[in-house]
Design a protein around this ligand. Structure first.
Ligand code: SF4
Length: 326
């Protein structure tokens, strides 16, 4: 059976990951949220640092927003961190981590994937945890022509994997086996079908059509924006500003910029950052005539500049700025 073969393979091939050392729901939750849209290699160092400082739900509930953004720096999708803090406050109010899937779903930031992962891995409840990796495996196993963006595919994948979860097995182990299959064998490009434990159950493999799945609906074009980002230095300090508390990159720090290149100057670094729905093309420049200084801008020295939480889109400019204010 597919489930047994998968579990036997996992027993020999499970990845050694720090969040698998125990089933503490807080540790499982933090890892699952960090891993959404982010590679394991990028998560590993930040996961350790996050847990060293925010030991448990109570610490997370009490952490200042600025510090939380700093601990999340480089992981992107900062709304995840803000929602985690809100959920931590709610969990403290409840007096502990809820274990039921439906209760988890009511927490800020918890969707079916996170609720399924936490309830199955930390509380050993029989739930699926369907993310993009599992959708890909399911689409290939069943040679499904339904685009992965179609919510119906997720429901079918959930039913399919739950049906094949062996009775009596640990649901968390089964779900993690599927996660590892997606990460190491049934990868997006060139799946390693010859090493795959469920090859005999895979319709795409049997029909030599693995390259056709999963089917994707065409993506909407990303919105592109070009602008100048300013390095305005005074002595050994540079101006930065804080983004609004709501919306994209809320509460993060950045160098001042305008949505045009009105202020001409010497370009120090050009960089394009790709977000989920937009692309920023930026020139980091020292303006010939400094723009009017906004009262919200503040001057920071090199130490403060390194300590402030800044989005990855600003990282090359921070490195450049540090050369000018040392
Ligand atoms: Fe994926 Fe290939 Fe395994 Fe099918 S046989 S599940 S395509 S790795």
């Amino acid at each position: 059976m597919l489930g047994q073969k998968l579990l036997c393979w996992y027993a020999q091939n499970a990845r050694d990951l720090p969040w698998r050392k125990n089933d503490d729901p807080y540790r499982v939750w933090v890892s699952e949220v960090m891993l959404q849209q982010t590679r394991v290699e990028a998560v590993l160092p930040r996961y350790e640092a996050f847990l060293r400082e925010l030991l448990d739900v109570a610490h997370l509930a009490a952490v200042p927003d600025e510090r939380l953004n700093k601990l999340w720096e480089g992981l992107g999708y900062y709304a995840r961190a803000r929602n985690m803090k809100k959920a931590a406050m709610k969990i403290c109010e409840l007096g502990g981590f809820p274990s039921a899937y439906e209760e988890l779903l009511r927490l800020p930031g918890f969707g079916p994937y996170t609720a399924g992962a936490v309830s199955s891995i930390a509380f050993h409840k029989r739930h699926a945890a369907i993310d993009g990796n599992l959708l890909r495996i399911f689409a290939r196993l069943t040679a499904s022509d339904t685009p992965v963006q179609n919510p119906g595919l997720k429901l079918r994948a959930e039913a399919y994997f739950l049906e094949r979860m062996p009775q009596g097995c640990d649901p968390g182990t089964f779900n993690q086996a599927l996660m590892d299959l997606g990460a190491g064998i049934c990868t997006p490009g060139n799946p390693s079908c010859e090493s795959c434990p469920v090859q005999a159950h895979c319709e795409a493999y049997q029909t030599n059509t693995t390259d056709l799945y999963p089917v994707r609906a065409p993506k909407a074009a990303k919105k592109e924006e070009s602008f100048a980002v300013y390095l305005i230095v005074q002595g050994e300090k540079a101006y930065v500003r804080k983004r609004p508390g709501q919306g994209m990159l809320a509460g993060m720090w950045e160098f001042p910029h305008h949505l045009d290149k009105e202020y001409k100057g010497k370009t120090l670094v050009s960089y394009s950052h790709i977000f989920t729905h937009r692309i920023w093309h930026m020139d980091f420049m020292q303006p010939l005539a400094p723009p009017p200084i906004d009262p919200d801008w503040i001057l920071v020295d090199s130490r403060a500049l390194q300590a402030l939480p800044m989005p990855s889109a600003m990282a090359p400019f921070r490195n450049e700025a540090l050369k000018h204010i040392k």
